[in-house]
Design a protein around this ligand. Structure first.
Ligand code: 13P
Length: 249
């Protein structure tokens, strides 16, 4: 069964000490007693367990922002997908551009992480997206096709896998592609993902400077099934407004 739409996910990145993170999660869980769509939050690894306990009983999904590709071993500082699942996570992001570019993660590593997350039973959010240079050269479809070919896990399906298109140049900048550009890119993305993943359509998210005031326009675009939100997910009211702007109740 495909994930209920809209699929609205909040990536807290490296933000949130215990008090703030638990307050934010609690405020969200209060609003989200019942959901027509899918709502998820991705706190820093230090808070995943406590946040999962804080929202327990609500349909809010809690996930990790990354996972190691191996289940255990001598990998100092890393967290495995099984460890995330063990503390109550239901999801993991893999391939975020801040890791692809900041930490030199390549497609093969991202694919291994995605497969590890799926093997641990986690909803797996695979991020892809072009750099500004690639965007200006009109190469976004070619780049997305290459990233999908290299990092899409072999075993994903519509209830376990989400693909998030996040143009690197739109993350944290206040700039977004135009509605027409997102529409064209997502139509291509839908075609490319459908050719690789059988069954129900995988949810395709847009990410990069999504705010309460542009969320409805972005989620109104064909083949945009939801959004992956960074900065604006750190405010419970604003994040909830993004979810409802996508038609979620
Ligand atoms: P911003 O919403 O802050 O641009 O971040 C997007 C993002 O990277 C979500 O993963």
């Amino acid at each position: 069964m495909a994930l209920p739409r809209p699929v609205v996910l909040g990536n807290w990145k490296m933000n949130g000490l215990r008090a703030d993170g638990l307050a934010l999660a609690g405020a969200l869980a209060e609003r989200a007693a019942n959901l027509s769509g899918t709502l998820g939050i991705f706190p820093p690894a230090t808070l995943v367990g406590e946040v999962a306990r804080r929202v327990a009983g609500s349909p809010v999904i809690v996930g990790g922002q990354d996972c190691h590709e191996k289940p255990s071993g001598a990998f100092t500082g890393s967290v495995s997908a099984a460890m995330l699942a063990d503390i109550g996570a239901g999801a993991a992001i893999v391939g975020h551009s801040e890791r692809r570019h900041g930490l030199c993660e390549d497609d093969a590593l991202v694919k291994a992480k995605a497969e590890a997350a799926l093997a641990a039973g986690l909803l797996t959010v695979l991020c892809i997206g072009e750099t500004e240079e690639e965007y200006l050269a009109g190469r976004q479809i070619e780049i997305l096709e290459r990233q999908l070919a290299g990092s899409l896990p072999g075993s994903g399906n519509a209830d376990r896998l989400v693909v998030a298109y996040e143009p690197v140049w739109a993350i944290g900048t206040g700039r977004t592609p135009t509605i027409g550009e997102i529409g064209r890119t997502h139509a291509e993305l839908a075609r490319m993902v459908a050719a690789k993943v059988a069954g129900d359509p995988v949810a395709l998210l847009y990410g990069g400077s999504v705010k309460p005031d542009n969320a409805a326009d972005i989620m109104g675009i064909d083949h945009v099934d939801g959004v992956l939100v960074g900065g604006a997910s750190l405010d419970a009211g604003g994040f909830w407004n993004i979810y409802t702007a996508g038609g979620g109740v």
